[in-house]
Design a protein around this ligand. Structure first.
Ligand code: FES
Ligand code: FE2
Length: 427
């Protein structure tokens, strides 16, 4: 029997049915209603600085090449040959003059046009090559070097779509005079879980920290979250969690992206860089954002940012029960090499594929998928009601804001999810 979306998410999204995470038909609706109609993160300009530079990306299950053309403009095309559909680019990233399909050797420019067909001159009737390029992603826009694509020609601008999340993302990105850079190709790994749970986790679920991550999250760190932690929802589906540190906080305790023993053990120059950056932060991002000590962010539908370990991640669905996780270390572009190295190690230790926190999270996400997939329990929906209606506006911060124990970030996500699926359900 086909499941109806209205039976999975109730009016105020306080009860969510298990099959939201595991049903094949629902997954097909997600592809159409969410991944076909949202802005999806493709890559960062620091990965494609020179003409011919490219990186691979995905929009849901569709493979994309994001490349800088010879005209210095950025192009996003589907990585699938117009002859028989074989991927024309196999490398994760690199620099190319042409993408050459391995099957019959058709070659494509970095911009996506069909350049050559072997033995074309033997044919009397020449194909119109101008009609046989790679399929471009219909919409491509960037914000502060972050490139997003959309399959929806009529989607609002990326700027409007990000809305007030720009305030929270900018609190990190704008802190550094030289901007940020993504380090190398992403780590990629597959988890037997549904793509939404990693997203929900990073949209605002910091409450599991002291329990699931008890070996790392000290009582002091937990107390800091209880005392100063906030969860903000700008547009439903986006969310940011952070600690709003008091004005007289020592710069070492604000510690963007660098909270761990790795940093404590780092050489003095690393600490100096941290202090110097903090000193300039008020000027760069203003007094409110200077004292924000970030935790985790989510950008609807599947981009997340772990500020405390400086990592961006995309949760690429591979069916209802699998997710291909892509994960990048992010560093200030003009930082000294040992600062970048400390940040990369800090990311890898905690949130790389073998990261301590990542392993603990992945294991429960797999268990959650199992819990959402077995039989005879569908009438017992999951409870999403913590803190219902307690979020409010804040004098200094955009969006609706409350303590981190309030699950409004998840209710917002599932209200948007429900409405997006219902819009395509009867098509
Ligand atoms: S499939 Fe690409 S050249 Fe034939
Ligand atoms: Fe976690």
């Amino acid at each position: 029997m086909t499941i109806k979306v209205k039976d999975l998410v109730n009016e105020d999204a306080t009860l969510i049915g298990r099959k939201a995470w595991s049903d094949e038909h629902i997954y097909e609706l997600e592809k159409k209603g969410i991944f076909g109609k949202s802005w999806l993160f493709l890559g960062h300009e620091s990965q494609i600085k020179n003409p011919g530079d490219f990186v691979q990306a995905y929009m849901c299950e569709t493979p994309i090449i994001l490349a800088r053309g010879s005209d210095d403009k950025v192009y996003a095309n589907i990585n699938s040959c117009s002859h028989r559909g074989v991927p024309v680019c196999r490398a994760d990233h690199g620099n190319a003059k042409r993408f050459v399909c391995p099957y019959h050797n058709w070659s494509f420019t970095v911009e996506g046009e069909l350049a050559t067909i072997p033995q074309e001159r033997e044919l009397q009737c020449k194909p119109d090559k101008s009609q046989l390029g790679l399929k471009p992603v219909p919409r491509l826009e960037s914000w502060k070097g972050f490139y997003f694509g959309s399959f929806d020609e009529n989607i609002e601008s990326l700027d409007d779509y990000l809305g007030d999340m720009k305030f929270y993302l900018g609190a990190f990105i704008d802190r550094f005079e030289g901007g940020i850079e993504f380090v190398g190709a992403p780590h990629r790994w597959v988890i037997d879980a549904n793509w939404k749970l990693p997203m929900e986790n990073q949209l605002g679920d910091v409450n599991h920290g002291p329990f699931l991550h008890a070996s790392i999250v000290t009582p002091e760190a937990n107390q800091e979250i209880i005392d100063h932690g906030l969860s903000a929802v700008t547009t439903p589906g986006h969310g940011a969690t952070f600690r709003m540190m008091p004005e007289d906080t020592h710069p070492g305790l604000v510690a963007w992206g660098m909270e761990s023993p790795n940093v404590m053990m780092a050489p003095p120059e690393v600490h100096q860089y941290l202090f110097d950056t903090h000193e300039k932060a008020v000027e760069r991002v203003g007094p409110v954002r200077a004292n924000m000590k970030g935790l985790t962010y989510g950008v609807y539908p599947n981009l997340s940012f772990l500020w405390s370990n400086a990592s961006f991640k995309v949760s690429h669905p591979r069916g209802p029960g699998k997710v291909e996780y892509w994960s990048w270390s992010v560093v200030p572009a003009d930082a000294p090499e040992n600062v970048k190295k400390t940040l990369r190690n800090n990311y890898a230790t905690f949130f790389g594929p073998g990261g301590v926190l990542e392993q603990e999270d992945s294991e429960v996400w797999m268990q959650q998928f199992h819990g959402s997939n077995f039989d005879f329990a569908d009438d017992r929906k999951y409870f999403y009601g913590l803190g219902l209606g307690e979020e409010k506006s804040h004098p200094d911060l955009p969006g609706m804001v409350d303590v981190t124990a309030n699950e409004h970030y998840a209710r917002g996500f599932f209200e948007r999810w429900r409405d997006a699926l219902q819009a395509v359900e009867e098509e």
